[in-house]
Ligand binder design. Structure first.
Ligand SMILES: Cc1cc2nc3c(=O)[nH]c(=O)nc-3n(C[C@H](O)[C@H](O)[C@H](O)COP(=O)(O)O)c2cc1C
Length: 253
């Protein structure tokens, strides 16, 4: 049977129309679920950075919510180093936070948010850990993650990346639990209060032997350098240093 051109085009247009309606409906209907899953993913990364869940541990939403009972999300004004009134994650939309030009840096950061969501890990009413967002360039990609610090504002409790597109097996090893296990116990700042932590080329030794150094990722010196550069930036005066100093002094820890 032969169909006319008009019929063929009309049929194709009708199929496209129906499919686009289906896709838009699915998109709208699933948006809320996507947002919930995005938040859940981020919360899991916060827990991984703080080693409140172990690598490979399966954690469902209920477990994340249970652990988050003891985690207080706060909004930090990076420009002043001051915490704003307690604000839940639902009240602060990071993607809408105003951006400002970043001062000169080696981490490939051109603009930075004026306000960020940070997390206070609580135990018996006291803050025992701070989980701070970090972002910067690796070799191929912008890497986003969290740095967990002890309440002393100096001792590293963990580092994790939840978004990066470095080469698997090379720079992608930032995600390797064995590499992440090298971070707890190292020191972010030296005795003079200068950001000192860095990823070196080759092995660094234990935190006691090398408190300011972490093993380089083999075959991935450039990604390793990216990690160092972003930590130096975010731990510096233009990042979290003013907040961490006042946090230590306030005795809230
Ligand atoms: C296909 C390909 C992918 C690479 N991916 C990465 C990467 O993700 N991170 C990185 O630092 N270097 C990567 N490199 C290697 C860099 O080009 C560079 O050689 C390396 O960072 C040097 O590190 P090394 O001194 O430890 O060998 C890649 C190289 C190739 C050919």
């Amino acid at each position: 049977m032969q169909y006319s051109m008009k019929y063929i085009f009309g049929f194709a247009a009708a199929v496209c129309f129906v499919c686009s309606i289906l896709i838009s409906t699915a998109n709208v209907a699933l948006r809320e679920r996507q947002e919930v899953n995005k938040l859940l993913d981020k919360q899991k990364s916060v827990l991984q950075a703080a080693w409140l869940v172990q690598p490979g541990e399966k954690v469902d939403r209920a477990r994340v919510e249970e652990i988050f009972q003891n985690i207080r999300p706060r909004v930090l004004d990076v420009t002043t180093g001051q915490l704003l009134d307690a604000a839940g994650e639902d009240e602060f939309d990071e993607s809408k936070a105003p951006e400002m030009p970043a001062p000169d840096n080696n981490a490939g950061i051109r603009t930075m948010p004026e306000k960020v969501q940070i997390y206070e890990v609580m135990e018996d009413g006291r803050v025992t850990m701070l989980v701070l967002p970090i972002v910067g360039k690796g070799l191929w990609s912008t890497m986003k993650g969290f740095l967990a610090l002890d309440a002393d504002g100096r001792t590293i409790r963990g580092l994790t990346y939840y978004e990066q597109a470095e080469t698997p097996g090379l720079g992608g090893e930032v995600d390797n639990p064995r590499w992440k296990a090298l971070w707890p116990g190292r020191l972010a700042y030296d005795d003079a209060g200068k950001p000192a932590i860095q990823v070196i080329k080759g092995p660094a030794g234990t935190p006691e032997e090398a408190p300011y150094e972490v093993d380089g990722l083999s075959g991935a010196t450039l990604t390793s350098r990216g990690v160092t550069n972003m930590l130096q930036f975010w731990l510096g005066e233009n990042g979290y240093a003013p907040f961490l100093k006042s946090f230590g002094k306030s005795g809230r820890a």
